[in-house]
Write a protein that binds this ligand. Structure first.
Ligand code: ADP
Ligand code: MG
Length: 369
């Protein structure tokens, strides 16, 4: 199939910040953009040429398909039957089968096991037998940003899991890791792959807090992480950007935590930090354009998430960022600043990036006022 020509319309299923950033990149490449979300004020619907308001179901998704020449998504939990229906009407990348594998944590981890990718011991959490404490219980579907999860130190904690266990869950042995890292890569329709520098991530309460790239890990470990992510992308037959979250253990071995078949929060540093951002790269991959350069353009890069908590005492004191060389603020256009809600992020590119990563908490205190 030919590459999507500039001037054609790229339709995005989902209207969150990831969709917004994909749409902005697509526009810069000369595409018209459309997006579907249930809320007219969602981040992506504010910026696309053709916003479509509606539940992400067959009917509205077909409206998006009819208005678009090619489709992609920014959210992996769109029902597979909706994806299959629109894929009949227009080319859709990634393909519905990829999402089908990933949406359910058990199917995802079984896929990883089948291919021999390293993981922490896990199982279905239908009964409390065989759990390896300390354990983390996770909903099989619709979990994100640490939601739908519960940690148990020992069997005595088991009652704490009652609420999470009201829906099907998996258990995973809690990993004692040295660092969390992620590999962001793009895979084109022809199977070519472009990989970004490995990112090092800090999570708080299950939500990404800050990222730095390159990660502070030995070269051979980074190479191993990249090889692992590339093998996973190939085994999935993924097209587009994807992220593989991994745990780096004290003995320098790696375990795969989860796969995200889309642009990822831990890849936000690439916007400004790399020659071609993950958002442009995603558009390139799904539209059939050659993939672009993933190199860091001005040395290391850092990204700090701005959650709704920051708005508790009123708008953040943005001037706190003025003193940081290379800092750039990105806000997603969300109005309700609820605690834990991702409202925006800032990146720092260049010589001050690594120090900013270490000082992120201090900067967030200043922003809070
Ligand atoms: N098995 C585990 N051992 C230790 N920490 C974990 C484990 N699973 C998840 N976590 C922590 O919780 C965070 C969120 O969990 P994750 O499975 O990535 O779900 P999601 O990002 O979809 O909410 C991870 O980034 C990690 O910090
Ligand atoms: Mg995660």
């Amino acid at each position: 199939m030919e590459a999507l020509a500039p001037g054609k319309t790229l339709g995005i299923l989902g209207g969150g910040q990831l969709g917004r950033l994909i749409a902005e990149a697509a526009k810069a490449l000369g595409y018209r953009t459309a997006a579907l979300d249930s809320s007219a004020s969602s981040p992506a619907l504010q910026v696309v040429d053709l916003p479509i308001v509606g539940a992400v179901d067959d009917v509205s998704a077909m409206k998006l398909a009819e208005a678009s020449d090619l489709l992609t998504l920014e959210w992996e939990l769109i029902p597979v039957k909706v994806l299959e229906a629109v894929a009949q009407a227009r080319p859709l990348y990634p393909e519905p089968s990829v999402l089908g594998l990933i949406q359910d944590r058990l199917t995802q981890t079984n896929f990883l096991r089948k291919h021999g990718f390293p993981q922490t011991p896990y199982g279905e959490a239908a009964t409390a037998t065989g759990w390896k404490y300390p354990v983390i219980i996770k909903r099989r579907s619709h979990g994100y940003d640490g939601k739908g999860q519960c940690r148990l130190g020992s069997e005595a904690d088991a009652p704490k899991a009652a609420e999470v266990l009201t829906a099907p869950c998996v258990w995973e042995k809690l990993v004692d890791y040295k660092a969390e890292i992620s590999v962001i890569l793009a895979r084109g329709r022809d199977g070519t792959v472009a990989v970004y520098p490995v990112a090092e991530n800090v999570h708080r309460d299950g939500i990404l807090h800050a990222t730095r790239a390159p990660a502070r890990i030995p070269r051979d470990v980074a190479d191993k992480a990249v090889a692992l992510a590339m093998k996973i992308a190939g085994a999935l037959g993924h097209v587009g950007v994807m992220a593989v979250e991994m745990f780096l253990l004290h003995d320098e071995s790696l375990l795969v935590n989860e796969i995200a078949p889309r642009v990822h929060n831990s890849g936000h540093y690439t916007l400004g930090g790399c020659a071609v951002s993950q958002f442009e790269q995603h558009v390139r991959a799904v539209c059939g354009l050659p993939l672009g350069s993933t190199g860091l353009i001005a040395g290391p890069a850092a990204m700090v998430n701005l959650l709704g908590d920051l708005w508790e005492k009123g708008p953040p004191k943005w001037s706190a960022l003025d003193a940081v060389p290379g800092a750039k603020l990105h806000l997603y256009g969300k109005s309700g600043a609820r605690p834990g809600r991702k409202m925006g992020h800032y990146t720092v590119v260049g010589p001050s990036a690594e120090a900013e990563f270490d000082r992120a908490d201090e900067r967030l205190r200043q922003l809070r006022g």
